[in-house]
Ligand binder design. Structure first.
Ligand code: NAD
Ligand code: MG
Length: 395
């Protein structure tokens, strides 16, 4: 019987990828890094290969893969270096792999995440964009191939921990009245509405509680992150939108809650550190040490709650709209948001243009049903084109 779990980390050089390796390093008897993947950060990937000696390292970018391969050869490391999207799919689906940490950012993560589900892996899902783009298709695939899906996103992991043990996807049968999805409110929670037009990428990326990649940091600043998470919760827990309530909780200590018909509310608390949900999902059903310090209630002292401001953060409303519309609309929302965030980060448009671009693209794209991954990828491409056109006209 195999004793160590072989893990592929998609996006190992990112924020979630590094936290995952930190947890792996604490439990060499339980986990082994089988494959590590990245876009183009050769230096970080080389350091990770030296330390973790994975069987495979994949760089999306071919030139980066060549650079890495030569460094690895000179250092006498045994890791085999591969390149391209097909190789990402390969290391997510090889028979030796037990679990796949899906931690690529954005739509770029969808193909390898699908490959992991299609081969029945334990899928540890950080890449929420996969569920936003292809919720029904992805959940069906997971079922069809007997894959196991565990949420890494801290809110969804908290909800998972707060559900009854034998939850079978039926909220009503489980006596659940609402899911309370907590949100920090981001760096602009207190900023006046008329100050948002001039905020910089640096200000938007300075999250008060969490240290994350750039894209999700901007998503937190616009609150699109919470919008994407509403859609993510809808698919993971079969929750209708009216049963998912966003609650602003600036301390980020309660990571989400489940409310029951008898009046009980079950919450999961902890310091804001992604190693907690990562260790929970990686060790499941065991509890394993994560490196996160114990929550000091006296230091926390206060837990505050507020209602979200849909006027100041229109992205949140757009996400509810996309979910209600269904079909291709969440994928359209996601693609337009990715172009909007990238354009803002490149200083090609102001922060306040982000929801305007997304709204425009949602209005221009025809509502359609999708039934395959190809449908999703086509929608993604068309919505990106529409977003780029809008930007070109703006300038
Ligand atoms: P990040 O930007 O720090 O890292 C992204 C990783 O993906 C890197 O390893 C990068 O090399 C790789 N990558 C980027 N573009 C790629 C491409 N085109 N093809 C292949 N690989 C590519 O991002 P992150 O903050 O770690 O977030 C990763 C995912 O986890 C996102 O979907 C995010 O929403 C989700 N998530 C992150 C956090 C967090 O605290 N950082 C919390 C919850 C959910
Ligand atoms: Mg989250």
């Amino acid at each position: 019987m195999k004793t160590t779990r072989q893990i592929t980390i998609l996006g190992s050089t990112g924020s979630i990828g590094e936290s995952t390796l930190d947890v792996i390093a604490r439990h060499p008897d339980r986990f082994q890094a089988f494959a590590l993947t990245a876009n183009n950060n050769v230096e970080k990937m080389f350091a990770q290969c030296q330390r973790f000696q994975p069987r495979f390292a994949v760089m999306l970018n071919t030139a980066s893969a060549e650079q890495l391969a030569s460094a690895i050869k000179s250092a006498g490391i045994q890791t085999e270096v591969l390149a391209g999207i097909e190789s990402l799919e390969k290391v997510a689906s090889l028979p030796e792999v037990d679990a796949v940490m899906a931690a690529i950012v954005g739509a770029a993560g969808i193909r390898p995440t699908f490959a992991a589900a299609r081969t029945g892996k334990l899928v540890l899902l950080a890449n929420k964009e996969t569920l936003v783009m292809a919720g029904r298709i992805f959940m069906d695939l997971v079922k069809q191939h007997n894959a196991t899906l565990l949420p890494i996103d801290s809110e969804h992991n908290a909800i998972y921990q707060s559900l009854p043990h034998h939850f079978n996807g039926n909220l009503t049968a489980a006596g659940i009245s609402r899911i309370l999805l907590t949100a920090s409110g981001g760096p602009f929670r207190r900023a006046p509405l008329d100050s948002l037009a001039s905020v910089t990428p640096e200000q938007a990326c300075a999250h008060p509680n969490w240290d994350m990649g750039q894209k999700i940091s901007v998503d937190s600043a616009t609150m699109m992150n919470k919008g994407l998470e509403v859609i993510e919760a809808h698919w993971l827990f079969e929750a209708p939108p009216e049963k998912i309530q966003v609650v602003i909780h600036p301390q980020s200590v309660i990571h989400s809650m489940v409310a029951y018909v008898d009046g009980s509310v079950i919450a999961q608390l902890g310091n804001p550190d992604m190693r907690t949900p990562i260790a929970h999902a990686m060790g499941y059903p065991d509890r394993i040490e994560s490196g996160v310090s114990a929550l000091d209630m006296f230091k926390v002292a206060h837990l505050d709650f507020e209602e979200p401001d849909f006027k100041k953060f229109p992205c949140l409303g757009l996400a509810y709209q996309a979910l209600a519309a269904g079909g291709n609309m969440p994928a359209v929302l996601n693609a337009a948001n990715e172009i909007a965030v990238e354009s803002f980060l490149k200083r090609r448009m102001p922060f306040t243009a982000i929801p305007l671009m997304i709204e425009h693209v949602m209005k221009t794209m025809r509502q359609e049903e999708m039934s395959t991954l190809d449908d999703v990828l086509r929608t993604d491409e068309q919505a990106r084109d529409a977003a780029q056109n809008w930007l070109a006209n703006l300038q």
